[in-house]
Design a protein around this ligand. Structure first.
Ligand SMILES: Nc1ncnc2c1ncn2[C@@H]1O[C@H](COP(=O)(O)OP(=O)(O)OP(=O)(O)O)[C@@H](O)[C@H]1O
Length: 275
């Protein structure tokens, strides 16, 4: 059953590069446990949308609201801030940098296309996964180590390799460590930018399977950007199709892919079938 308020609520959102919009007029709601795929060809605005949602790019029009429980902690500062934090849906444009950093520490994960952007390649895998726990106040080395080991086991890293650095790992293993590092602290919303596209097809399937089962098990909300409709099909519940910076079609993934309404989506789907 759905909660009454979405976790993320996006209305008329847009980002401008100079005088041109990279994406605009994007609206959707995302509930806990839901995976939203953003698909479209190169240059359609997928990365811009992800950057805007994750607060890496400015929101130049519209609103993005996020439902937060944890930000109401008293340690955030003045009374005004606390009051605002206690609200159900928080307007992200009102957050200070410190508040955004806190969201990244406690609530949000980001799985990059290239593991090197999301991992410390020369720190052990165990260290990579333990670090977010330390950032969240874990102090007991044995507990951090045990939790990191448990997560590396869940993402199928052999126990005898956790003291090795990701630099020595295969591409698939690196992505799995990146996933563990992004899930170990219990986020509620995870952004994924082409999480499998740097990998061989056979490795992709296994990783997608792992992502799908972890996301379901943890009830995570996910926004995944992909140019690959098969990825959308495998892991997402709903899909947004983007073209020239705007959403041209959205709906349940099976509906969008099996019965596309927009001519552009029909073309995308048929080019896959022919390919
Ligand atoms: N830094 C930038 N400066 C100016 N224009 C940009 C910049 N980044 C992207 N754009 C433009 O914004 C539009 C959307 O690009 P975006 O990178 O979001 O598309 P995309 O769908 O993610 O493409 P890809 O799959 O190739 O990453 C394009 O017209 C692109 O040229």
């Amino acid at each position: 059953m759905k909660n009454e308020t979405p976790l993320l609520s996006v209305t008329g959102a847009g980002h401008r590069y100079g005088d041109r919009f990279g994406c605009r007029d994007v609206s959707f709601d995302l509930w806990p446990g839901e995976v939203l795929a953003v698909v479209g060809e190169s240059g359609s605005g997928k990365s811009t949308l992800l950057g805007m949602l994750s607060q890496r790019l400015t929101l130049d029009e519209g609103t993005i609201r996020y439902r937060t429980a944890r930000l109401s902690d008293a340690d955030l500062g003045g009374a005004g801030e606390d009051e605002r934090m206690a609200e159900d849906l928080l307007d992200l444009s009102t957050l200070s940098e410190r508040e955004v950093r806190r969201l990244w520490r406690t609530d949000w994960g980001f799985v990059h296309q290239n593991a090197a952007d999301g991992l410390r390649m020369h720190v052990s895998a165990g260290g990579n996964v333990g670090e977010p726990l330390m950032a969240n106040g874990w102090r007991h080395y044995g507990k951090i180590r045990a939790e990191a080991e448990e997560w590396l086991r869940r993402v199928e890293i052999p126990a005898d390799r956790i003291d090795e650095a990701p630099a020595t790992y295969s591409g698939g293993m690196r992505q799995r460590v990146q996933i563990a590092r992004n899930l170990v602290f219990g986020p509620r919303l995870v952004f994924m930018d082409e999480p499998t596209s740097s990998l061989d097809v056979s490795v992709q399937a296994r990783l997608l399977d792992l992502i799908r089962s972890l996301v379901a098990e943890l009830g995570l909300a996910v926004v995944v950007v992909t140019h690959d409709l098969a990825v959308a099909r495998l892991i997402s519940h709903r899909t947004l199709v983007m073209k020239d910076g705007v959403v041209i079609e959205s709906g349940l993934t099976d509906r969008v892919l099996d019965d596309p309404q927009a001519a552009y989506t029909q073309l995308l789907v048929s080019s896959i079938l022919q390919g």
